[in-house]
Design a protein around this ligand. Structure first.
Ligand code: UDP
Ligand code: MG
Length: 337
């Protein structure tokens, strides 16, 4: 048996680490150097599930090779890129552990924290989440936009999310199962995790820069991510237009009365092109914005109504035969090779 080997497949899994990967051939080996020793030291039966999110590089091959060396390493290969949130959902569904830790592969989630997570879990917390003490490893723009997003989100949503808390956390089996009862297709995990609740505690940490490879989130993707988050957890953008409309109507009535009075007292004056134009353009713009917002919600409603699976599994590797998932009726999205 190779030196790296853990328990035999089929042994009870107490801790599952789930790692979504998308074109991460450089980062996977570094991750596999850093994380398994910590898990072995903890003395818990564990599994590391990589969810390949449609990589076009050698990520799958690298994980496959690792899985031959170490029976605790498993692979779920999705049929294409479904996005990190969907990949994480796949991991949560396939994880067998009594506790589950979603982790980024780029070592921006410091593996040493796992010890502290497990300690607090044993103390009875269902959710132990990492909270960044600073955002020094981010660019100024990213820091500012993230701060703005958290402020706006928490103003609008009844479900509050902690600023600077990502997906890196430990969840007990109870918390994982609760998370999986939210079957929405639009999966804003930060919000879903917060919605679930359970006794929780934060572990502060410094977030380092990426160990290898490049970020998979550009600004356009982050913007859409923010829209997904807000529309999933708040209907305020949809309802606000009633009040905008009312305010504009009141202003219009006041303006109307003024015009009538002025015409009555001073006679009609033809000039007024500028004010007409301004009112026309302003109202047109307001109407288009409100229609756009309705469109955002409508398009999400449309996607939800199709009830498509959240992800599709093309192939899986390294999972012990006859795991509970194998015998239980598969939830939507799960398909085992
Ligand atoms: N990721 C993924 N699918 C995607 C984009 C990202 O599975 O479509 C994974 C990626 O491989 C990494 C994690 O999500 O393990 C976090 O991505 P990244 O480090 O690029 O995000 P950042 O830290 O820059 O926010
Ligand atoms: Mg990263």
């Amino acid at each position: 048996m190779p030196a790296d080997a853990g328990q035999s497949p089929g042994a009870t899994v107490e801790l599952s680490v789930i790692v979504p990967v998308f074109n991460e051939e450089e980062a996977v080996p570094l991750f596999l150097e850093a994380v398994p020793p910590i898990l072995r030291d903890l003395g818990l039966g564990h599994e590391i599930i990589f969810i390949d999110d449609g990589s076009s590089d050698r990520t799958c091959a690298v994980v496959e090779a690792a899985s031959r060396e170490n029976p605790n390493v498993r692979l779920i290969q999705l049929s294409r890129n479904f996005g990190k949130e969907a990949a994480m959902t796949a991991g949560l569904e396939w994880a067998a552990g009594g506790a589950v830790i979603p982790m980024d592969v780029d070592l921006q989630d410091p593996p040493e924290l796992i010890r502290e997570f497990v300690r607090l879990w044993r103390e009875g917390y269902d959710v132990v989440y990492g909270q960044r003490v600073s955002r020094e490893s981010d660019t100024g723009t990213k820091r500012m936009s993230a701060g703005l997003f958290y402020r706006i989100f928490n103003k609008m949503s009844d479900t509050k999310i902690h600023p600077n808390v990502g997906d890196y956390r430990l969840m007990s089996r109870a918390a994982v199962d609760a998370t999986l009862t939210l079957r929405e297709r639009n999966r804003f995990m930060k919000g879903i995790f917060a919605w679930v609740g359970f006794p929780s505690i934060a572990v502060p940490y410094e977030r380092p820069v990426r160990a290898a490879g490049t970020t998979k989130f550009n600004y356009w993707r982050l913007w859409n991510f923010a829209l997904d988050g807000i529309t999933s957890f708040s209907t305020i953008p949809l309802r606000i237009w009633t009040y905008v409309g009312l305010t504009v109507a009141v202003a219009a009535i006041i303006y109307m009365v003024t015009i009538i009075l002025r015409t009555w007292m001073f006679g009609s004056d033809v000039p007024g092109y500028a004010s007409l134009m301004v009112v026309l353009l302003l109202l047109g713009a307001i109407q288009l914005i409100s229609l756009g917002v309705i469109g955002e919600y409508l398009s999400r409603l449309y996607v939800e109504s199709k009830q498509r699976p959240i992800y599709y599994v093309q192939r899986s590797l390294g999972f012990p035969a006859h795991t509970p998932q194998e015998t239980a009726p598969p939830p939507a999205g799960r398909a085992r090779a």
